[in-house]
Write a protein that binds this ligand. Structure first.
Ligand code: ZN
Length: 360
């Protein structure tokens, strides 16, 4: 029995090298149960719903603050609270989204609003978990959890654990901290400041997808990295099929990115730092065509950039004596990307063993 089969029969997934490290070492400290305050050190540049959540500069905040009324400024910038039953949004039952009054980031949606009877707008979950930041608040002789807008840091209210299912949370928010955008004819007329970024997708096969996904997820400007299968013949393949049947799929990571922050060319450069593009149908100890080096391009522009990049790389000292064997194809020829099973997603984040980005 070869090493791969032996590991598989032991009930372990593949990714021999990274998997072994994962099992052995440095699981991240888990946040206390029910605690909303993250101990996670990674600070994403974008939320999963594709909003740029990098903190605004003080100069930008000061500029935005000019539009606030004194009462709004007292609440948003000085952690004030409006009197109960006085806000204009407490009883609002219309369909739409609630965005940060200062910077426009969507914070809550009407589908999670409920009547708490407290006199303040109440929600059981945020629009996107990354859009809210939590701080311990010991003012007024109480210990509470303050909620702030992740992007501009403005005060929104507090969160309590006496809310309805499914979260059992109650986000208690000041009306003055929010601006309501009503849905019209089935769509939200998003103002400029409340729109997500226009994303692009890149597809990279560089051996075991756990490690490739983990590293791309750390690149500034990458919104999401998803492990999956692509480049083969079988529709909706399972991991077992990709390992044991001749499906032709490679383990591929779909990278969703903001081209205004990281360019496709920069992603290509990262990709070549993350793996060895000269190994044919393998990557380190992982052997088989599912581990092949591959780039599947979603546009003609990406395809041309990938071909040019490889041509240039081949001329560098790094590859002077070794041929780059990376497969390059358009997604039209490679076929659809199929996300892998849930247990493969964010593997290093869930189990530890993450590798920092290489420096050079
Ligand atoms: Zn904000």
């Amino acid at each position: 029995m070869n090493k791969f089969l032996m590991l598989f029969s032991l009930g372990l997934a593949t990714c021999v090298l990274s998997g072994a490290l994962v099992l052995a070492a440095n699981a991240r400290p888990q946040p206390a149960k029910k605690s909303l305050m993250k101990t996670e050190t990674r600070k994403p540049t974008h939320s999963k719903s594709a909003y740029d959540i990098r903190p605004l500069t003080q100069a930008r905040i000061d500029e935005l603050a000019k539009k606030l009324t004194p009462e709004e400024a007292r609440i948003l910038l000085k952690k004030g609270t409006e009197p109960a039953f006085c806000g204009n949004l407490t009883d609002n039952k219309k369909d739409g989204v609630y965005v940060c009054r200062l910077c426009g980031l969507p914070l809550f949606s009407s589908d999670s609003k409920f009547n708490s009877g407290t006199g303040w707008p109440s929600f059981f979950r945020p629009f996107d978990p990354d859009h809210i930041t939590y701080e311990k608040d010991t003012s007024h002789g109480m210990t509470r959890v303050e909620i702030l807008c992740t992007r501009c840091g403005s005060h929104q209210g507090h969160v309590f654990d006496d809310g309805p299912k499914p979260t059992n949370l109650r986000y208690c928010v000041n009306s003055a901290s929010l601006e309501f955008i009503e849905k019209k004819d089935g769509t939200i007329p998003w103002p400029e400041a409340s729109r997500p970024v226009k994303v692009q997708n890149a597809y990279f096969g560089g051996g075991c997808f756990w490690g490739v996904e983990d590293r791309f997820q750390q690149v500034p400007g990458v919104i999401d990295a998803i492990s999956g299968y692509q480049g083969g013949r079988t529709k909706n393949p399972t991991y077992k099929q990709v390992c044991y049947e001749n499906t032709g799929h490679a383990e591929v990571v779909k990278v969703v990115f903001d081209p205004a922050v990281v360019s496709y060319s920069e992603l290509l450069a990262w990709f070549f730092k993350f793996h060895d593009p000269t190994q044919l149908n393998r990557q380190g100890p992982d052997v088989g065509d599912q581990y092949r080096s591959a780039i599947f391009a979603e546009s003609e522009e990406h395809l041309a950039a990938a071909k040019k990049f490889i041509e240039e790389q081949q001329k560098t000292d790094r590859f002077a004596k070794r041929k780059i064997v990376t497969q390059v194809a358009s997604v039209v020829d490679a076929g659809p990307f199929y996300p892998a099973e849930e247990y493969h997603q964010d593997y290093h984040l869930k189990h530890g063993g993450s590798c920092p980005l290489p420096e050079n």
